[in-house]
Design a protein around this ligand. Structure first.
Ligand SMILES: [Mg+2]
Length: 263
């Protein structure tokens, strides 16, 4: 049976610049076992080349065009499907560059500006003016508010965290009473899209990650097998705070090839 494994990266394969011990060997085994895998990130602050370089430099076999996806791709596909053309975007330059190929980007709030929607992505280049203009557009128009992800924090090296997109969209919601439609994990569309692209049945999809309210919940929402690793954000004692559970729990990615043989 052909399996597709959807991997989270931060906290699952590496922590900041450090590879999780045993990860390289685990991928060598997955390749021997002919397991298909993709790397999926909710983080829209870097483009996918950044992740490709990072994973490749760890010595893990990967293909830039085939193995890397982010919530940005899911959001773009949704925006296109909805026929939205003119957007106000909060996000890093790399996100704006990518979007400018398919959409007209409105750079600032103007009373008479024609606009179809507001898109928010994780931005490490955030300035107050962007939040202000996004709020003004949402306050004065009945247009969709879309976000690439709802994570509150993003892990970095040394066990530390920096604020992520979830807080930004919450900030806008508090000011405008408009709630973002969040496109990344835990939206099951992520899983459905990847399963379709790889022509794999949902029964053969396994999602692996360290964060229960995104990585595990996306698996629960899509009805696929989920594997939680304890190498990142979520610890065993955190599980009792949630009403849902991963299908399997392992200490780290090192244990994944053995587990996959059994399921
Ligand atoms: Mg993670």
């Amino acid at each position: 049976m052909r399996k597709l494994v959807i991997f989270d990266m931060d906290g699952t394969i590496y922590l900041g610049k450090d590879l999780i011990p045993g990860a390289k060997e685990a991928f060598e085994q997955l390749n021997k076992d002919n397991v298909e895998y993709v790397f999926f990130t909710n983080n829209s602050s870097h483009d996918l080349d950044f992740y490709y370089e990072k994973i490749k430099n760890f010595g893990i076999k990967c293909d830039r065009n085939k193995n890397f996806y982010s919530s940005t791709e899911v959001a773009i596909s949704y925006l296109k499907k909805q026929g939205l053309k003119r957007l106000f975007v909060i996000g890093n330059k790399s996100l704006k560059d990518k979007l400018s190929k398919d959409f007209e980007l409105i750079s600032k709030y103007e009373e008479n500006a024609k606009i179809d929607g507001v898109l928010a992505g994780f931005s490490t280049e955030l300035v107050y003016q962007e939040l202000r203009d996004a709020c003004l557009f949402l306050e004065t128009r009945d247009i969709p508010f879309i976000a690439t992800n709802g994570d509150y924090r993003c892990p970095i090296e040394g066990g530390l965290y920096i604020p992520d997109c979830g807080g930004m969209i919450e900030w806008i919601r508090l000011a405008t009473n408009k709630k973002a439609r969040v496109m990344g994990k835990p939206d099951p569309e992520v899983i459905y899209t990847l399963a379709r692209m790889f022509n794999v049945d949902l029964n053969d999809v396994v999602v692996v990650g360290d964060r229960i309210y995104t990585d595990i919940l996306v698996g629960v929402n899509a009805g696929v097998t989920s594997v939680m690793v304890l190498s990142g954000e979520t610890k065993m004692e955190d599980l009792e705070k949630y009403s849902y559970r991963p299908t399997y729990i392992i200490n780290s990615i090192k244990e994944l090839p053995e587990l996959l043989k059994k399921i």
